[in-house]
Write a protein that binds this ligand. Structure first.
Ligand code: PLP
Length: 221
């Protein structure tokens, strides 16, 4: 398992306008360092305490992406340094992120997570709920968060047409929001979709960020 070779292989599939996040969840700091030494700077974690534990062990110019479901009582662990929170899916979590960001005198970038898969999931917004949030006075008062785009996960299936349809759906959600709530917002430009099994399809359907773990670091135990 050569991380640098894997990383180069994945990067060769990705056009320059798409950002690769190396998903390092469950992997130790030395594996992250190996990818860093090959030039990778953006890493993804899905547990707040794990990310907070790795942060001081690794170079300070790493951009840390929080890609999992974030509980309100965990935001404080990552608020000082997180680069982008990918899976904001309620007004409650946006308010907590805003509160913690304010404590550290910063603005935290977030993506709204949408439920696009056929699988049942507790997580991810519907368009209707997202619009309710974005039109609420409470949301409009949040000065320490910035919503930079959308995120989603396709169904875990071999049916590539289904996966493609789900990514298209996320892209259409992005376009609708871009034309409504984020008309003047140049920073609203990210579509985070695609993992080891489906990132080439995601790129064809307009991903600006892909999140790839096992194809770089190997299968998780
Ligand atoms: C684990 C994870 C990934 C990466 O998955 P791989 O299949 O290992 O590439 C991407 N996105 C999210 C939200 C994840 O939890």
């Amino acid at each position: 398992m050569d991380i640098q070779t894997n990383l180069r292989k994945v990067l060769s599939d990705i056009p320059p306008h798409v950002m690769l996040i190396a998903v390092s969840k469950t992997k130790p700091a030395d594996m992250i360092q190996a990818a860093y030494d090959a030039g990778q700077r953006d890493f993804g974690e899905n547990k707040a305490q794990d990310m907070a534990a790795k942060f001081p062990q690794l170079p300070q110019d790493i951009h840390w992406h929080f890609i999992g479901h974030l509980q309100t009582n965990k935001v404080k662990y990552i608020a000082p340094f997180v680069s982008l929170i990918h899976a904001a899916d309620s007004l409650k979590i946006l308010k907590e992120i805003n509160k913690q960001a304010k404590k550290h005198d910063r603005v935290i970038d977030c993506l709204l997570e949408f439920h696009i898969a056929a699988e049942e999931s507790k997580f991810g917004l519907s368009m209707e709920t997202a619009e309710d949030i974005l039109q609420s006075d409470e949301y409009k008062q949040l000065q320490n968060i910035r919503i930079c785009g959308v995120m989603g996960m396709a169904t875990y299936t071999d049916d590539t047409e289904q996966i493609r349809e789900e990514f298209r759906h996320l892209k259409s959600i992005f376009n609708k929001l871009k034309d409504s709530s984020f008309k003047e917002a140049g920073y609203f430009k990210e579509i985070s979709m695609g993992m080891s099994g489906d990132y080439p399809i995601a790129i064809e359907e307009g991903a600006t960020i892909v999140r790839v773990g096992s194809k770089i670091f190997g299968a998780r135990g």
